[in-house]
Design a protein around this ligand. Structure first.
Ligand code: C2E
Ligand code: MG
Ligand code: MG
Ligand code: MG
Length: 281
């Protein structure tokens, strides 16, 4: 009897696995089709400079609306695109589109682009960035590349060489989601990032839990000792902004200012924040 139950459970598990695999395969095909059909879009989220009291740039974020499922989160489709190798051409499209868009903005605004670890294992990343800058005429100093700690896990030495190459083009390199990766802090000695983005999870509890406050303070202190600036992710309340200003954080990003929006909405956002004199706190 026990045996029969076990076997039943196994069959159920197998069916479940099968359904999931099929759903994944379907999404994989849809993702490839979407790329061929140029169905991806970039949204932009403002980055606010606390001291200057103005928007200093935008982060480009991928959006995909599935024909039947509706909007699919990049947290779901980016990892899949990485697994099937689609992230390399897709990431190239993101770089080109973001640089082209940013070239039309006022000259004091930068654009931040997420680059996945899988793009670092393809040899052409430096050339891709160089081409995107050249064809858009965007000055390299206005491009910031965001990478996560996982990039340094794959192949430390080769990655550091590529990072130096990217920096050599004149663009800046930010460490994204700081505090959520698995790597040790030792990589901070092997490559001097320009910026640390403090992960949303620490900001969320900043004003409600003492521990998060201590961590945020320590990260800002560590970053500034190493010559890096800091950006806080996921700032949703005026209290969080006030605390971050007190702690000496340089930039903030989050729903308090704006969610990511289509490029067509950027002029109105800039008018409201930078020209209209609207202040956050
Ligand atoms: P990320 O680079 O850390 O981007 C920040 C994420 O936080 C975005 O989610 C943004 O919409 C969200 N966010 C911003 N402010 C707030 C807030 O106040 N509250 C909350 N709850 N969330 C906020 P999104 O757009 O869903 O992107 C998720 C992740 O997908 C990104 O995290 C990034 O790792 C990846 N991703 C997005 N676009 C690209 C891309 O073009 N290339 C690559 N390689 N990855 C991308
Ligand atoms: Mg990012
Ligand atoms: Mg992040
Ligand atoms: Mg993230």
């Amino acid at each position: 009897r026990a045996k029969a139950d076990g076997r039943g459970a196994y069959c159920f598990f197998e069916a479940e696995m099968d359904a999931r695999l099929q759903a994944r395969r379907a999404l994989e095909l849809d993702l490839r089709a979407a790329f061929e059909a140029k169905a991806f879009e970039l949204y932009y989220q403002p980055i606010y400079d606390i001291a200057a009291e103005r928007i200093c740039g935008f982060e480009a974020l991928l959006r995909w609306t599935h024909p039947e499922r509706g909007p699919v989160s990049p947290a779901e489709f980016v990892p899949l695109a990485e697994e099937i190798g689609l992230i390399v051409p897709l990431g190239e499209w993101v770089l080109r589109a973001a640089c082209r868009e940013a070239a039309g903005w006022p000259d004091d605004l930068k654009v931040a682009v997420n680059v996945s670890a899988a793009q670092f294992t393809s040899s052409g990343l430096i050339a891709t960035v160089r081409d995107a800058l050249a064809e858009s005429h965007l000055p390299a100093r206005r491009l910031e590349l965001e990478i996560t700690e996982s990039v340094l896990l794959v192949n430390g030495n080769a990655t550091v060489a590529i990072l130096h190459g990217l920096r050599g083009l004149g663009s800046r390199i930010a460490m994204d989601d700081f505090g959520t990766g698995y790597s040790s802090l030792s990589y901070l000695r092997s490559f001097p990032f320009d910026k640390m983005k403090i992960d949303r999870c620490f900001i969320r509890d900043l004003t409600v839990e003492q521990g998060s406050g201590f961590i945020v303070r320590a990260v800002i202190s560590l970053a500034s000792s190493l010559g890096m600036t800091t950006t806080a992710e996921g700032v949703e309340t005026p209290e969080q902004l006030r605390r971050l200003r007190e702690e000496g954080c340089n930039e903030v990003q989050g729903y308090l200012f704006s969610p990511p929006v289509p490029a067509s909405e950027l002029p109105a956002l800039l008018k409201a924040w930078n020209d209209g004199g609207r202040r956050a706190a």
